[in-house]
Design a protein around this ligand. Sequence first.
Ligand SMILES: Cc1cc2nc3c(=O)[nH]c(=O)nc-3n(C[C@H](O)[C@H](O)[C@H](O)COP(=O)(O)OP(=O)(O)OC[C@H]3O[C@@H](n4cnc5c(N)ncnc54)[C@H](O)[C@@H]3O)c2cc1C
Length: 376
Amino acid sequence: MADFVIIGGGVYGCGTAWELAKQGAEVVLLEANTIASGASGGLGKRGVRANGRDVRELPLMQEAYEIWPTLHEQLGGETGYERLGHLLLIERPLDKTRQEAQVWVQQANGIPTEWLDAGAVREMEPFVSEAVIAATYCPLDGVADHTATTRSYAQAARQHGAIIHENTAVSRLERQGSKVTAVITEDGQRFSVEKSVLLASNRHAPHFIQQELGITLPLWELYPQVMNTAPISPMPLNHLIGHAHRTLAMKAVPGDHVMISGGWHGRYNPNSKQIEPVPEQVEGNRLEAVAAFPCLAELPIVEVSVERAELISQDDIPIMDYLPGADNLLVATGWSGHGWAISPAVVRHLAQWMLTNSRPDILAPFNYGRFLNKKI
Ligand SMILES: Cc1cc2nc3c(=O)[nH]c(=O)nc-3n(C[C@H](O)[C@H](O)[C@H](O)COP(=O)(O)OP(=O)(O)OC[C@H]3O[C@@H](n4cnc5c(N)ncnc54)[C@H](O)[C@@H]3O)c2cc1C
């Protein structure tokens, strides 16, 4: 019997396990494959960015800014966190006014944000395209090694007594009325639940909720594309890069590669049952990068990764809530492609919610009832 059972060994499962275990709770985490085998692992690094983020996530990002720089010390393991600053490039006059409003919102929410004119952008990024007329700059943004961080969370959770079972896929719940009493795995193991369950299984979560509670969540699956160029020297990028109208994110990653991403995606092939890159998506993403940094024009793409699925929600922010029919099943999913940066703050609040049964105010915007325009 564990106080808390967590389903999924990505950053949300492992991070919450650590937060709970270090407060003395008995935690069991069940992972279908291996730690960080989903969206929280894989190629390159993840952006830790407030710039351009949804206003409802900014308070979490403000907290995350405080946690990231010393998280490796708290975990006793690597996070690969670096504070590089993020530049959101602007080429079109019409984007200027919209971004001015975004700067106002970010500053009002305690996110240091500066407005840069074309000259200032070029001083910071000498290789940027002549078409760039301005940028917004968040000096506290950066990058982290997602695979290393997730594994460090898991390791630290274990050190505080959490029990982690890998290669243990959850197949169903056992319930008495609206209380989950046990979690059952595909290989027939039964894990009794004393207090509550966290469902942090990302792409698996919607099907599982449909199966267990008959609820359809407004989420869909996407296969975000990330790719690396061949090594380049000198490295033309000094910061984490985003763009106001181009579908583009860029960062320098170890090995002198430029990692290019930002919203392009792969496709599920029903014949091979694999998620595969789509040549037009690869070329489209590459051309956006070249438009922002023309010096990349001749640089080949040497690696493309699309196999890590992510769930996108109807309004582009996650769902964190208890759902009707299971009073002690907390669901945390639908990170919409930007769940990494805020994770150290979110897991702290998820653990608090599970320990106290009282929802932290900062998580209120992510309630399920918002899709129904009613309190659930
Ligand atoms: C390619 C890509 C690039 C991204 N870039 C950024 C970025 O730059 N900045 C940013 O902020 N965010 C980014 N994100 C988003 C961020 O990485 C994710 O939101 C976050 O990692 C999600 O973590 P998670 O723990 O919810 O899910 P996951 O890491 O997917 O973990 C879920 C786990 O549940 C397990 N599981 C599934 N089914 C079962 C089952 N039946 N029983 C037990 N376990 C099960 C899976 O094996 C998996 O390990 C990116 C995401 C992707 C995919």
